[in-house]
Design a protein around this ligand. Structure first.
Ligand code: SF4
Length: 139
């Protein structure tokens, strides 16, 4: 996710463009709830989040997530490509699950990664199955 995303057509539909931009860059320690509420209703949330993740935006609320929430997603992606299709899929699924854990809805997660909703649900189900298996093995 290091390439620069040049497709910025989504910005024309950005709901935040109709509000006070300061809301999206809250002071340290102040609430980002107002900005996140606007993002919840924004039609281009997925594109916005994808842009921020790809470009490593370090400030402000993008796609309904703060920088620390975005960091949790990108930290799930190792800096090197492993070369094997399965490993790449596992890496992608880890990043998908990190985004799911920020309570972004599955359709937004799917659009952010360019995958189907089913891929997101499959990753969630697979994680649940692994957790059940782990509990069964420790119980
Ligand atoms: S998701 Fe939020 S920050 Fe991104 S364009 Fe929409 S309103 Fe603006």
């Amino acid at each position: 996710m290091s390439e620069i995303d040049v497709d910025e057509g989504w910005r024309d539909q950005a709901l935040c463009a109709q509000t006070d931009p300061e809301t999206f860059f809250p002071e340290k320690g102040s609430s980002s709830a107002d900005a996140k509420r606007v993002c919840d209703s924004c039609d281009v949330r997925a594109q916005c989040l994808r842009y921020a993740l790809r470009n490593g935006e370090r400030f402000g609320i993008w796609g309904g997530l703060s920088v620390s929430e975005r960091d949790r997603i990108t930290s799930a992606l190792p800096g090197q490509r492993l070369g094997l299709a399965r490993a790449r899929r596992q890496t992608r699924d880890q990043a998908i699950l990190a985004m799911v854990d920020t309570e972004v809805g599955a359709p937004v997660v799917a659009a952010s990664f360019g995958v189907s909703d089913q891929t997101v649900y499959r990753a969630i189900k697979a994680r649940r199955a692994r957790e059940r298996e782990r509990l069964a093995n420790t119980g």
